[in-house]
Ligand binder design. Structure first.
Ligand code: FES
Length: 246
């Protein structure tokens, strides 16, 4: 009989299987570790660092750190929460996130994780970068102001849709999402609203047209329960709690 292997997360034993990361095992056990670039359907990416946890005294990304028997994982120390809040604050000032006017407000993972982490202000000076909106596609709009470079659309388009519609260009602070089409516009690419890439954006960067502000305030995905309970359900997926069909 296989021996059950466990590690401890905030004092609770979490079972894991061979090949699991800390994030895999925690999510399966119903324990929430904040994350943005992680989606269980895709290979871990480890870029946003919002999932940092303390393991035996050091900081690691839970989405890439293999689970191992006997690990002591701290997901809620003051230092970890503070570090996460800092990362989120930097994400907010690095882009243009105008939450009150955003169609994804109330169903946005960046916003929901910020609430969960107790972020009350951006703290840092806003960069206010000059970024564009691409409304060239008949069914989907892209607002580059809101992109957090999680690369979920890149991974979905490449690995699931087999289209490679998206990629990142540039380095450091100049890194940006780009569309692989002759004109650089989404409408000129092979992208379709039925693509997986159309349904994985954790923020309001890739949005379906004709459906904005469908849900009244108070009835949006994270209005009723926090992200730690709801999870990172993609809003605008048919039948989920964010589209009003539940
Ligand atoms: Fe782990 Fe982004 S969720 S690094």
């Amino acid at each position: 009989m296989n021996e059950v292997k466990t590690f401890r997360l905030d004092g609770v034993d979490i079972e894991f299987s061979e090949g699991d990361t800390i994030m895999d095992a925690a999510l399966r056990a119903g324990a929430y570790i904040p994350h943005l670039c992680h989606n269980p359907e895709f290979t871990p990416h480890g870029s946003c660092r919002v999932c940092i946890v303390e393991v035996n005294g050091g900081q690691v990304s839970a989405c890439t750190q293999p689970a191992a028997a006997g690990l002591e994982v701290d997901n809620a120390s003051d230092a970890i929460v503070e570090e996460r809040r800092n990362l989120l604050q930097m994400l907010f000032v690095e882009g243009n996130h105008m939450c009150p006017g955003c169609e994804k407000s109330g169903a946005c993972q960046l916003q929901a994780v910020a609430y969960y982490t107790g972020m009350l202000s951006p703290h840092y000076t806003h960069f206010f970068p000059q970024r564009s909106v691409d409304a060239s596609h008949p069914d989907t709009a892209i607002d580059f102001n809101r992109c957090i470079l999680c690369e979920l659309c890149v991974r979905a388009s490449r690995d699931v849709d087999h289209k490679n519609v998206f990629s990142l260009r540039g380095r450091g602070i100049d890194t940006q999402l780009t569309i692989n089409s002759p004109s650089g516009k989404l409408g000129d690419s092979t992208f379709a609203a039925t693509d997986k890439a159309a349904h994985v954006c954790p923020v309001g960067a890739i949005l379906p047209k004709h459906r904005g502000y469908e849900q009244p305030i108070g009835n949006r995905l994270y209005d009723r329960q926090p992200i730690s309970v709801v999870g990172d359900v993609a809003a605008y997926e048919p039948g989920n709690k964010g589209d009003g069909h539940d």
